[in-house]
Design a protein around this ligand. Sequence first.
Ligand SMILES: [Zn+2]
Length: 362
Amino acid sequence: MVTPGVLVLLLTLLRAHSFTARVLTELRNYDYTKYHPLPEIMTWMQQMETENPEILSTTVYGRSYENRDIQFLKIGLNPHEDKKAIWMDCGIHAREWISPAFCQYFVKEILRTYKTDTKVEHMLKNLDLYVTPVLNLDGYTYTWKDNTTRLWRKNRSPGTGCNCTGTDLNRNFDAFWGSTGSSSDCCEEIYHGTEAKSEAETRAVVDFVGPRSKDFLCFLSIHSYSQMILVPYAHPNIKAPNYDELMEVANDAAKAIKAVHGMDYIVGSSVDLLYPAGGTSIGWARFMGIPYSFTFELRDKGEHGFVLPEDQIQPTCEEAYEGVRAILTYVHDKTFYSAAASLTATLWTTLLASWLTNATLL
Ligand SMILES: [Zn+2]
């Protein structure tokens, strides 16, 4: 006979099992063509880790103003101390929903292809990818509240000395902070905060990437909209030291994007294409010596703007993936194959010199 206590336990186990089964089924069928609220994205992250322990792990590297865990997914093979790294953050601006959707698609595609695509596998052996699907967690959550909050851009920390809320995280980094293209008025959309790195979300990135900046080859920040690839700096008078190379790489990425669905992405600095902007994350990353720093502005060109319809998620992600892949391929090959090629050349020169010396001796 089953006692009531055992019955309750059995029912609890059954319910837990059916919940787990339901979550697993839901994630197996995770719909990458829909926008997802934050709790679903967090569950997706956990599940990615559970299903891919050999290649993927999640790490909490900060806490938002409203005390949410700021996390990245780290994807890589062949762990060793000297691995180089790639940074990608999505959702720094709350209303740009296509951005977190892209980070999720990117992770899904890397996991789907690395066992069959030798190029992806090779890159993952040499590089670790650090992907933050949603950086501005509080702002993103707020945009899901109702129609009146859908277009919120900033984070959700209270202003100092006024009644408005939120700092523009992409004006809060320590690169031309407080200069043109940002505002000291906390009611403005481009409020830069009380000082550089005043915001928890900014500090999380700076405190993690900063001490490891020598390992990072590439820093990608994904935004919308405008269909652009932006290179540093967003300052009217200063260009990155490798500006010409950055433009070349970004132009190749734009070609890769166009080849997918024929979409035009234009390339340049924010000053040339949009506006000057002090305190941006890619400006900071380039300042820190990370050579390949880019901002992506995904679809569209303004017809729907931040409220990009869900039927455009898939094509937007497909083309942007090829753009990012073009950049990663360039960065990877230049770093590892050029080094290997120059080592081979050195060996040949040494061998030749030795042969010539020996020949002379003979
Ligand atoms: Zn943005």
